[in-house]
Design a protein around this ligand. Structure first.
Ligand SMILES: C[S@@+](CC[C@H](N)C(=O)[O-])C[C@H]1O[C@@H](n2cnc3c(N)ncnc32)[C@H](O)[C@@H]1O
Length: 220
């Protein structure tokens, strides 16, 4: 009887039939596509995370100098600064170091002019790039590039110490040099002078200036 299917409120609404096999199958195919979407999502997230990590690993050595007590960023010497340094080194020879050697341009040019030249540099990418440049320039055997903190380097073993510094570091560097240099050492300060020492020679003007100091330049 049709009446027996009526609900207590008199409504003639039959119970919903159970889902058919096809409907069940539909549900499965939806959840399958959901699963494959989430796999694609996972792959995308993985690739993005990998790329982000590679970018961080690649750029961190360039950014990290800014986070140190003395911020000495990678700003390579300009051609006029290079000319003035090489002019100051003309006719001289011996063992040279560039403190914070960047891409190795000073070290490589000094080696081409007969120096045994070394670079001390924090950034491992720049150390590797400098070694490659030295090899390409045919001076690999006359150069050495070391991943090291310039504040921990022993400067007493070098005849010429080159620094393209920032103003804020020069006083601390002066103190370190005063402790370590002897009569045989010379210091070439580029861009900024040592604040209290008297240079024995100056080449260039403004930001291109190079100041030469010896042991006699020290204030007593
Ligand atoms: C102004 S750039 C000079 C580059 C190079 N001397 C030139 O003239 O082309 C300074 C370099 O010092 C490096 N540096 C910064 N702090 C350093 C530290 N504590 N020890 C060694 N290198 C450092 C930086 O990574 C950067 O390459």
């Amino acid at each position: 009887m049709v009446d027996s299917e009526k609900s207590p409120d008199g409504c003639n609404c039959a119970e919903e039939p159970p889902p058919s096999y096809n409907e069940l199958n539909d549900t499965h195919s939806h959840s399958d596509s959901g699963r494959s979407m989430s796999l694609a999502g996972k792959v995308t997230v993985g690739v993005c995370a990998g790329l982000a990590m590679a970018v961080v690993a690649g750029t961190a050595p360039f950014v990290s100098p800014a986070l140190r007590k003395v911020c000495l960023p990678f700003v390579p010497a300009s051609s006029s600064q290079m000319t003035n340094v090489l002019q100051m080194l003309k006719g001289k020879t011996g063992k040279l170091v560039d403190l914070g050697s960047g891409d190795g341009r000073i070290v490589i040019e000094a080696a081409k002019r007969g120096f045994h030249a070394e670079g001390i540099e924090l950034n491992p990418w720049l150390v590797a790039f400098s070694r490659f440049n030295a090899l390409r320039s045919g001076v690999a055997s006359k150069t050495g590039f070391y991943r090291r903190d310039l504040w921990k380097a022993d400067l007493s073993t070098y005849d010429y110490i080159v620094i393209f510094g920032v103003e804020t570091m020069m006083e601390s560097l002066e103190t370190k040099l005063a402790r370590e240099i002897t009569a045989t050492n010379h210091v070439l300060a580029c861009r900024y002078p040592l604040p209290r020492w008297t240079p024995s020679e100056v080449i260039g003007e403004g930001i291109d200036s190079v100041w030469l100091y010896t042991k006699d330049s020290k204030v007593s």
